[in-house]
Design a protein around this ligand. Structure first.
Ligand code: HEM
Length: 401
């Protein structure tokens, strides 16, 4: 007789305002548990993995990220990969290394020094110009969503007039978990659009990311069109969504911790520490998944081949074994690296860009506005699992003298 598969532990309903107490209860029981930190209740039974585990301690999460032979990313081929196509996100080993080298040439740190004055500051200042005279703004609608969208569009070298179309399609693509039909249409439209951009650059080379990707070559190997447009589509969930959510989280946390806001406002050299603490305390993406390629063991827990593992970054970032008072937002705490940019082979490729964009955004806001105060309309709060950020951030302010 077949042994019935025990139903895995998932605490439902998940508290979308604050899943952190649930993460803490799980950590108190061990670094790994059989179950999930995600809500699978709306997933058809045929698509629900039989074996689900969740890594919740810092050490377990770190180990999963660093052992990509056993804990593989190919699971993305059947989730986000359906919308963006084959990319480095779902590759492992040599192919991942070779492919990542090709695309990362376009993201080298030396480009940042140029991008800050030429693209990021003008974009951020231009946006502030659009709302500064009103004395009030919704920083999510008017600022945190808009600046990474405009930055990516400029980095890719897209025509200015295409911005409204690009913004709409980007929004539709990143909403793939809730409106998948729309996301498929956006994915197809973005493919055609990017193919035309690639073709133009083959005829006339340009000094932008698409131009770099068209020209990229290692040992005589060039990227195929499919690799280029898929990577460009990956930049929308990977680069745009994460940055808009994390900058919204940081602004919310500073606006609701007034003493820390005042300290950063008085001394902009604290912005870097505030960004890291914001990423630790409220990471924009609390959970990613991996697939066990072989029978293994994690923090003493046997994990059978074929299991799906929730890698709970949000829980790892609040591990009491690594941080004192992990449940407090404190930009002055001793700096211990968080794991919001993952670790190992798939460590975020855009982490320097994300930090720079966020620093410039906060610096410009604090320099150009004064008396910034969070209003209560729309009940601003951070919300969601696994993606987290505020949906509104209404503020009042005065232009600085
Ligand atoms: C605060 C902002 C950001 C956060 C928290 C973040 C977080 C992450 C995480 C956790 C991963 C690993 C995902 C996994 O393996 O399952 C990742 C990968 C990646 N990120 Fe970011 N990211 C951010 C911003 C950016 C930006 C601005 C870009 C580029 C414009 C970017 C590009 C990428 C790419 C291309 C990968 C795939 C790397 C690979 O698979 O080798 N990210 N990011």
């Amino acid at each position: 007789m077949e042994t019935p598969v025990p139903d895995v532990a998932v605490e439902l309903p998940i508290d979308l305002r604050d899943p952190y107490p649930m993460f803490a209860r799980r950590r108190a029981e061990g670094g790994v548990f059989r179950g999930s930190v995600m809500d699978w209740s709306k997933t058809p039974a045929s698509l629900k993995p039989e074996n689900l585990y969740a890594a919740v301690s810092f050490d377990a999460v770190n180990r999963v990220f660093r052992d990509s032979r056993i804990f593989n990313s190919q699971i993305y081929d059947s989730t986000i990969g359906l919308f963006i196509g084959p990319t480095i996100l779902a590759m492992e080993g040599k192919p991942h290394w070779a492919h990542r080298n090709l695309v990362s040439a376009a993201f080298k740190t030396r480009s940042l020094a140029r991008w800050e004055p030429e693209i990021v500051r003008p974009v951020v200042d231009g946006l502030i110009d659009e709302f500064i005279d009103a004395g009030r703004a919704d920083l999510v609608h008017d600022f945190t969503f808009e600046f990474p969208t405009r930055v990516i569009s400029r980095l890719l070298g897209l025509p200015e007039d295409d911005l409204p179309w690009f913004r709409r399609r980007a929004e539709e693509l990143i909403s793939y978990t809730v409106k998948y039909q729309r996301a498929f249409e956006a994915s197809a439209a973005l493919k055609d659009y990017f193919l035309a951009q690639i073709e133009q650059r083959r005829r006339t080379p340009t000094d932008d990311i698409i131009g770099d990707l068209v020209a990229a070559e290692i040992d005589g190997e060039k990227l195929t069109d499919e690799a280029i447009y898929s990577f460009l589509r990956l930049l929308l969930p990977a680069g745009l969504e994460t940055t808009y959510r994390s900058s919204g989280n940081l602004l919310y946390l500073l606006l609701t911790h007034r003493d820390q806001f005042d300290a950063v406002n008085a001394d902009h050299s604290l912005i870097g520490a505030a960004i890291e603490e914001g990423l630790r305390y409220e990471t924009p993406l609390t959970t990613v998944q991996r697939f066990a390629t072989d029978d293994t063991e994690l923090d003493g827990m046997p994990i059978p081949a074929g299991s799906v593992i929730d890698v709970c970054i949000g829980s790892a970032n609040r591990d009491e074994k690594r941080w004192d008072r992990p449940e407090e937002f404190d930009i002055f705490r001793p700096r211990t690296p968080h794991i919001s940019f993952a670790a190992g082979e798939h460590t975020c490729m855009g982490l320097h860009l994300a930090r720079m964009e966020t620093r410039v955004a906060v610096e410009c806001l604090l320099t150009r506005l004064t008396d910034i105060t969070l209003a209560t309309d729309g009940d601003p709060h951070i919300h969601g699992q696994p993606f987290r950020s505020p949906t509104v951030l209404p503020v009042t302010f005065r232009p600085a003298e």
